[in-house]
Design a protein around this ligand. Structure first.
Ligand SMILES: C[S@@+](CC[C@H](N)C(=O)[O-])C[C@H]1O[C@@H](n2cnc3c(N)ncnc32)[C@H](O)[C@@H]1O
Length: 265
């Protein structure tokens, strides 16, 4: 399967193959999506392609899974900061899977922001999600926020779709908009994804180098970056690493690593 994907990527048709997979899943999930809609008539749902591109074409995983992820984020944050009166940013929020739940969990004393380079996602979020201020950014920095504005920023599976150059540029930008002592949570493709790499890529990864599966649109789900621990430690530099939780492999499904970083003053 890996060699097949490698071939598709090499011939520059991975976006086309991804579209085919989308239509296949659209057909396969029609009953479960209809059932979710019947049981949850009050839940605003993004267009199917938005959910597919950013996550997984499954309404329940988008909505219930998003709620679980939001609670998981707050649990991690609460170990270090009282979740009150904070400025919180979801960088790469997609169609709002997690940020839509945060105001309900954390409460009105905090302010919530979401940003993404995909204008369509942000248009949908702005019309359908309340208590969150949404904005677009470009594929490249900067963000349109002042320096030192946020207490907490999270980016779930964003660096996983960016080039090496963009890793350095965006890490610096996230640190700019974070307050001193502010907290950043990132999820990345770590060791659990090793089996998805070709033999050449495995060698690169084992040597501590970022692995890029490119030849497609940067930022899109078909563009992949894989993160050895030593690469991320170098990226973090002098900021302090609070937690590193390696992703597990659950029933053959690799989970992303969690990196929790505190900005040094
Ligand atoms: C795998 S999806 C994850 C979406 C969301 N964080 C979630 O957990 O549901 C990756 C997201 O990153 C966004 N993205 C990619 N490059 C970006 C960039 N340079 N700036 C902001 N968002 C970006 C994509 O548009 C997409 O919404």
């Amino acid at each position: 399967m890996i060699w097949f994907k490698k071939l598709i990527r090499k011939f520059g048709i991975i976006l086309l193959a991804d579209q085919v997979q989308y239509y296949y899943l659209l057909l396969r999930t029609r009953r479960s999506r209809a059932a979710f809609k019947r049981s949850n008539p009050g839940v605003a749902l993004p267009p199917t392609y938005f959910i597919y591109e950013t996550f997984n074409l499954n309404y329940s995983a988008y909505y219930q899974g998003g709620l679980e992820t939001a609670k998981w984020l707050v649990d991690h944050l609460s170990k270090y900061k009282k979740p009150e009166n904070l400025n919180i940013l979801d960088w790469g929020c997609g169609p709002g899977r997690t940020i839509r739940h945060l105001p309900g969990i954390i409460g009105d004393s905090s302010r919530f922001f979401g940003t993404d380079y995909n204008k369509e996602y942000i248009a949908w979020c702005s019309s359908n999600i309340s208590k969150v201020s949404f904005a677009t950014n470009n594929l490249t920095p900067p963000l349109d926020y002042p320096s030192g504005f946020f207490d907490f920023i999270y980016g779930i599976s964003i660096f996983t779709h960016l080039s090496e150059k963009m890793h350095y540029a965006w890490f610096e930008e996230l640190m700019r908009v974070l307050k001193p002592e502010g907290i950043l949570i990132l999820t990345l493709h770590g060791e659990a994804f090793y089996d998805r790499l070709t033999e050449v890529e495995k060698k690169q990864f084992a040597a501590g180098n970022l692995v890029i599966k490119g030849n497609t649109k940067e930022g899109h789900r078909t563009y992949g970056a894989f993160h050895p621990v030593s690469f991320v430690r170098t990226l973090i530099g002098n900021h302090s690493l609070m937690e590193f939780i390696p992703g597990k492999n659950i029933n053959g499904k690799p989970q992303q690593d969690l990196w929790m970083i505190r900005k040094t003053a």
